[in-house]
Design a binder for this molecule. Structure first.
Ligand code: HAM
Length: 421
């Protein structure tokens, strides 16, 4: 027996209803907000991610699925969606087609992390990016979109955390201040933090072990320059105007290097350790970095597996997937079979989900199967019915059986289904 790779999941049956629910609402809402879909390959040149996500980040240091293809190129399964979208935007000359440009995407991402509930090695993101706007209006619109999306899929038990990382020069000064603050404590920090101290000092702030030290650390907000501060204040003002609730979290730094100014994360109260259901922010310097011009940008991504967990934790009602409103049982020669198939086609054209018997079971086994699969109605056609130009329809809930002339069977079935709602 083969087994799936650790940290991956097979999805099937009614579990899919959550995915349809999220993806359909995500797509519809994206279009309403002016985002169009972009699909990029699931693998890219390794250096794209090293350059954008950042050489010293956990993602690049420990989590990438990187391999050489048969042509000797270093390839990486995308750990996130922003860098590929930016690459596509630059490569396809979209940069010259006017601003703003707004894209959304849905698809699998790959990170070699320790699997646990809500954390997988192959997971899926729904995300969106806005290119071209330096305005705090765009920050507020992005966060408003995330808030709307989460509510649209039925969630209410979440918190939006926001912070500003300032501009790159602000961060240089801040990193210096952190180094000074942590230096005397270095011997007491966890092993990860000792490495982070050298390589990515901002990450010390969201260490789960050295929480106490982080509490006393200098605050980034005190190092933010005037322009970035004004941008942040205006973004918040717009969010306030929209009535969108958020929590300011001066320790929120995010795990990817490309951010500047506004960053945000959404946490769900019922998800335990893996509570971040979405995250994002501004990355005004990334497009230039990847080879284009200076184009301000921002975006977000939500983890679909975590959204599913949150929907379940909040007991959101999600409609079942329906594939078997009507079961068509038949018993007889080829002419009966053709009649049964024709009726199945007619009903499906009317939008009714039909399960046509294709196993050629005995008649009683067919009826048993109709009830086992949970059909609402069971149509019965045999030689006798064919001869009289009629069809029997059994209501599987009440056991009641009606006889329809062939010409009236489709409308009769529609009425019966309507009555059962
Ligand atoms: P991120 O915070 O790394 O941001 O990921 C976004 C979301 O993906 C997380 O909040 C979480 O819900 C989900 N996620 C991440 N890793 C896993 C995992 N191993 N298993 C399950 N879910 C996971 C980004 O990826 C940025 N590209 C977001 C962005 C877009 N920033 C600007 N534009």
């Amino acid at each position: 027996m083969y087994q799936k790779i650790k940290g991956t999941e097979d999805l099937f049956g009614q579990e899919m209803k959550y995915w349809y629910w999220i993806e359909e609402r995500g797509r519809k809402l994206s279009l309403l907000y002016g985002f169009t879909e972009i699909r990029t390959p699931i693998f890219e040149e390794t250096k794209l991610f090293v350059r954008s996500v950042g050489q010293d980040t956990d993602i690049v240091q420990k989590e990438m699925y990187t391999f050489d293809d048969k042509g000797g190129r270093s390839i990486t399964l995308r750990p996130e969606g922003t860098a590929p979208v930016v690459r596509a935007f630059v490569e396809n000359g979209l940069i010259a087609t006017g601003f703003p440009q707004k894209y959304f995407y849905v698809g699998p991402m790959f990170r070699y992390e320790r699997p646990q509930s809500g954390r997988q090695r192959q997971f899926h993101q729904f995300g969106a990016e806005i290119f071209g706007s330096p305005s705090p209006l765009a920050d507020a619109e992005m966060i408003a979109f995330v808030d709307r999306f989460l509510r649209e899929i039925g969630l209410v038990d979440f918190e939006i955390h926001i912070n500003t990382l300032g501009d790159p020069e602000d961060r240089l000064n801040y990193k210096e201040a952190l180094k000074k603050y942590y230096a005397p404590h270095l011997g007491h920090l966890c092993d990860d933090c000792k490495v982070r101290y050298e390589k990515n000092i901002l990450r010390l702030l969201d260490c789960k072990v050295d929480v106490e030290y982080a509490k006393g650390a200098p605050k980034l907000v005190d190092y933010i320059g005037e322009n970035a501060k004004k941008h942040y204040e205006e973004s918040k003002k717009f969010l306030d105007g929209l009535g969108i609730k958020y929590i300011e979290d001066p320790r929120l730094v995010r795990g990817l290097d490309y951010y500047n100014r506004t960053v945000f994360e959404v946490h769900h109260h019922k998800l335990g350790a893996m509570s971040a259901i979405a995250g994002g922010g501004r990355y005004d310097n990334l497009i230039k970095e990847i080879g284009g011009k200076e184009v301000p940008a921002l975006g977000f991504a939500a983890g679909i597996e975590r959204l599913v967990l949150a929907i379940k934790a909040e007991n959101v009602h999600v409609d079942d997937i329906v594939t078997n409103e009507v079961y068509i049982a038949h018993f007889g020669g080829d002419d009966v079979k053709v009649e049964a198939m024709k009726l199945a086609q007619q009903l499906r054209r009317e939008g009714i989900a039909v399960n046509l018997e294709i196993m050629e079971r005995s008649f009683s086994a067919q009826l048993k199967n109709a009830s086992r699969t949970g059909a609402k109605l069971c149509v019965i056609i045999g030689e006798n019915e064919l001869e009289k130009d009629i069809v029997l329809v059994k209501n599987m809930e009440t056991g009641e059986q009606l006889e329809f002339e062939k010409n009236f069977v489709v409308s009769g079935i529609k009425d019966m289904i309507e009555d059962m709602k």
